[in-house]
Ligand binder design. Structure first.
Ligand code: ADP
Ligand code: MG
Ligand code: MG
Length: 881
């Protein structure tokens, strides 16, 4: 038996249906399904995707039976329409339409009005009694055929069209003018190609091959690559009887969505044009009108007024289609002389915000289940929903592009230094901090900025990581700008932007724009989002905590659904101006007394910070990581700052310089940091533990429920943890006795060195919990640091050595083994060990899926990622990740 390469549809039935997308392509399957539903679909047939694959694997030869089957298909169309292909009296015209299994809007080609030539055009004119329409269709056909099939650039046709129409609209051209135009268009073809194929069967054969070929154009391949669409499917080809929206004022064409694709509102939404063919609406050459008067911001007469009966029919059909497909549909229709036809239906593309609204509404309407709704939303897209975004209709002048480090739009005045940012911010101004790169010293400036722009660095640079953590829009690595600190300006091509000028950045696209571009608020508190995430929490097994270092971040995390803090970094507390000064005094202290005095100054500052966080997290656990970075990070590193700091501290410059030399490290990431400080200078951790428990006792008396978890960083041996734990517990008990209060607390460790994962069995004997610090664990496992990886990451990605930065996408293959091993070995010796993940990977959906499968208890990520992680945890439980 030979393979069936042709499937028919039309006449209220079809050989295919919607389940056959891989064979018939999305468009073909949709046309078949609509025919089966008895909707008015012009008849036609679909050439299957295997025919296209055959074409590519056999030097552009067609399968043997394809042409004869296509001629049979034409007979089927002729039988239903009563028209005949190539007939001089009553010619059948068809469209030849591409349609791959996964839709690639605008990427492939379609030819309309095929079957016209100098003879059939006269038949069409006579039969329709509308010569203008017939010649209009003919000039459209020649142009599309020349462009799509013969490969003559469409601008050459556009040029002669402009010459002939002389400013008139095409729809206003007379028959004689159209005839002149047709002559000119044919002349273009003769110049470019030789001759125009007059015979309709030749036209059809050439057009089908051209549509096959359009699957493999560079732009189609690029699109598939960027969207992760497989390359080997081929496209189907749909040959379908033409219906004519360009037959005069009783004809029209349009596109509609069953709900608003921008915000998901349940509002029939779309655009239409009278007296036009399909491509006119999309091409943007004519301004279409709205479907109904309810459409905001639309101009022109609504279809509901111009053609009320047709509108009524269409409205019934769109409801039928949505109910049938159980999802928002994007529908093409054409009206030929007061007859409505459907030409396409597919799942409509929508913004992330609309996706949430639509999925939730559909559950409430009883169309789909909550599990289906959860499955329809891409967890990563929630991040976009929660950020302010540029008004898509606003004008903008893009002056440069960089890397899209942290999504969201921000508008503000340009500043170049952290302290300028603070000055302006204190006056209530919005600022964009523009730097070549940022460092920990810039934290405060970054904190007060509405957006951050750097000319250097990659997706994992300091600026990018910190901005994402803060949920601050950020563009990094924008090499198109040249920053000149001395003159307080930057160049972007010809544009000079000075300190105080307004710019807008879009962290979702990497675009830098001149001036203020208006933004619109995302529906953060939208009831739909809350409902969706409620369902997610019911499904999920993994708990989601947040990484937050202060009370307001903690409160935000909680409002976004975090059920605890999985990582509270304490170094930021030392960077507060008063604390920083005391910290520096402590580091420079020559004797224990001075050192303790300095630490005693730090104690109340930290206690206050802990109080804020504990209060915000009343009733929920808070994991506090004791000091992690090496001490030299708290001292100035620029020569010009050393003088002023020395003066401020009342020490001699050479004393400070000397100490700086002592503290200097070749490789700070592997230096004297984490529990290594805890072991060699216990007073610092002891002070921190005291601050934690004093805060906890104080709040407990006020009626707040505090569940502190003390976390020791960078442990490599069980002895390190044993030592730190012992004195932490001693201090905790001491404080509780002093204050006459008991607190439910835990002491545990971060697993961020491969050795810790290997020796987890020993380490777990001293730990109530493990938290995998996957940022450092990844760097230590790969043996590279995020600050230096920028130099080789791009070539590595290009050569396919890495498919993503392992700091952005969790390395399941490699680092994943350490997580699994650490969890298993740890629980082996401590069955009650709680295990979580902190680090950006806690908000990476694939990572979350893996952590779920590995039996972890929770993930912790930046506050803005909490909704992402909650949904990802539900996807994991549903087996979707
Ligand atoms: P795309 O995938 O780029 O939308 P289509 O194959 O859907 O390409 O066709 C482009 C335009 O031509 C659409 O507006 C479509 O509705 C219209 N069109 C396609 N086939 C026909 C037809 N048989 N009769 C009338 N209009 C058609
Ligand atoms: Mg289409
Ligand atoms: Mg770390």
């Amino acid at each position: 038996m030979s393979t069936q390469f042709v499937y028919r549809f039309g006449g209220e039935k079809a050989e295919g249906d919607v389940s056959m997308k891989s064979l018939l392509g999305g468009k073909g399957a949709g046309l078949a399904e609509m025919s089966n539903l008895g909707l008015p679909v012009p008849p036609g047939f679909t050439i299957t995707t295997p025919a296209c694959v055959h074409f590519f694997t056999n030097e552009e030869q067609w399968p043997d039976t394809l042409w004869s089957d296509s001629l049979e298909g034409l007979k089927h169309i002729e039988a239903i329409t009563g028209k005949v292909f190539g007939d001089p009296e009553n010619p059948l015209l068809v469209s030849v339409r591409s349609g791959a299994p996964v839709s690639m809007p605008g990427m492939m080609d379609t030819v309309l009005n095929l079957g016209l030539n100098d003879i059939t055009v006269e038949g069409l004119a006579a039969r329709s009694g509308n010569a203008r329409f017939a010649y209009d269709s003919y000039r459209r056909f020649i142009t599309m055929f020349g462009d799509v099939v013969l490969g003559i650039h469409y601008t050459r046709f556009a040029r002669v069209t402009d010459q002939v129409r002389q400013g008139k609209e095409e729809s206003k051209l007379s028959v004689d003018e159209l005839k002149i135009l047709i002559k000119e268009l044919k002349a273009v073809i003769e110049e470019g190609h030789g001759s125009f194929p007059e015979h309709p069967e030749d036209q059809l054969r050439l057009a089908i091959s051209a549509v096959f070929r359009s699957f493999n154009t560079p732009r189609a391949r690029y699109y598939r690559k960027s969207q992760d669409i497989p390359d080997d499917t081929g496209t189907a080809v749909n040959i379908q009887a033409m219906v004519f929206g360009n037959m005069g004022d009783t004809s029209a064409t349009g596109v509609c969505f069953t709900r608003d694709p921008k915000n998901g509102e349940k509002l029939f939404f779309g655009e239409w044009l009278p007296n036009a063919q399909g491509e006119d609406v999309v091409a943007g050459t004519h301004t279409p009108g709205p479907l109904t008067g309810d459409q905001k911001g639309a101009e022109g007469t609504p279809l509901s007024e111009a053609m009320p009966t047709i509108f009524g029919e269409l409205d019934v059909i769109q409801k039928t289609l949505e109910a049938h497909f159980k999802d928002m549909q994007d529908i093409e229709f054409t009206v030929e002389d007061n007859q409505l036809y459907l030409l396409q239906t597919r799942t409509g593309k929508r913004t992330p915000a609309a996706a949430v609204q639509i999925a939730v509404d559909m559950v409430n309407e009883g169309l789909i289940t909550p599990d289906e709704a959860l499955g329809r939303i891409d967890p990563a897209s929630l991040e976009m929903v929660l950020r302010p975004m540029l008004d898509p209709d606003a004008k903008r002048k893009v002056i440069a592009r960089g890397l899209d480090a942290s999504p969201g739009a921000a508008t503000g005045r340009v500043v170049f230094h952290s302290d300028e940012a603070q000055e302006l911010a204190e006056r209530g101004e919005n600022v964009i901090l523009v730097r070549m790169e940022t460092s920990p010293e810039d934290i405060q400036g970054m904190t007060v900025s509405t957006g951050i722009l750097t000319s250097r660095g990659g997706q994992t640079s300091h600026a990018a990581v910190v901005a994402r953590g803060m949920g601050r829009p950020c563009v990094v690595g924008c090499s198109e700008i040249a920053v000149d600190y001395a003159r307080a300006l930057f160049y972007a091509g010809d544009t000079v932007v000075r300190r105080g000028d307004w710019i807008t950045i879009d962290g979702g696209t990497g675009e830098i724009m001149e001036g203020k571009v208006p933004t619109i608020a995302p529906p953060t508190d939208s009831g739909a989002m809350a409902q969706l995430l409620g369902w997610a929490d019911e499904k999920a097994r993994l708990e989601v905590r947040a990484n937050a270092d202060n009370g307001s971040d903690a409160a935000r995390a909680r409002s976004l659904g975090a059920v605890g803090i999985g990582l509270c970094r304490t170094e930021h507390m030392f960077f507060q101006p008063d604390a920083l000064r005391a910290m520096r005094q402590m580091i420079l202290a020559k004797d224990d007394r001075t050192r303790l005095r300095a630490l005693n100054e730090i104690l109340p500052i930290q206690r206050e910070s802990f109080c804020e966080i504990f209060r915000a997290m009343d009733g929920l656990p808070v994991t506090v990581r004791l000091l992690d970075p090496p001490l030299h990070e708290f001292l100035p590193d620029r020569a010009e700052d050393v003088n002023s700091v020395a003066q401020d501290l009342g020490v001699r410059t050479d004393v400070l310089t000397e100490r700086l030399k002592e503290l200097h490290e070749m490789n700070p990431m592997m230096g004297h940091r984490g529990c290594r400080i805890g072991v060699t200078a216990p007073e610092i951790y002891q002070t921190q533990v005291r601050a934690i428990f004093e805060a906890a006792c104080q709040l407990t008396r006020e009626g707040v429920t505090v569940i502190p978890e003390v976390m020791i960083p960078l442990v490599a041996t069980d002895a390190e943890l044993r030592i730190c734990r012992e004195y932490a517990v001693n201090i905790a008990e001491e404080v509780m006795t002093e204050q006459g209060t008991t607190i439910d607390y835990r002491v545990g460790t971060m697993i961020e060195l491969p050795r810790a994962a290997l020796l987890a069995k020993e380490i777990a004997k001293h730990a109530d919990f493990f938290s995998f610090g996957t940022n450092d664990l990844t760097q230590m496992t790969y043996g590279f640091s995020r600050d230096d990886m920028g130099k080789f990451l791009t070539p590595y990605l290009g050569a396919g050595i890495l498919s993503d930065s392992p700091l952005a996408k969790f390395d399941i293959e490699g680092v994943g083994q350490l997580v699994q091993m650490g969890t298993e070995r740890g629980r082996h010796s401590n069955a009650r060990l709680k295990v979580g993940v902190c680090g950006e990977h806690g908000g990476d959906p694939k990572g979350v899926g893996f952590f779920h499968r590995s039996g972890l208890d929770y993930v912790s990520c930046s506050p803005f990622r909490v909704p992402v992680a909650r949904l990802a945890a539900a996807h994991a439980a549903l087996g979707l990740l």
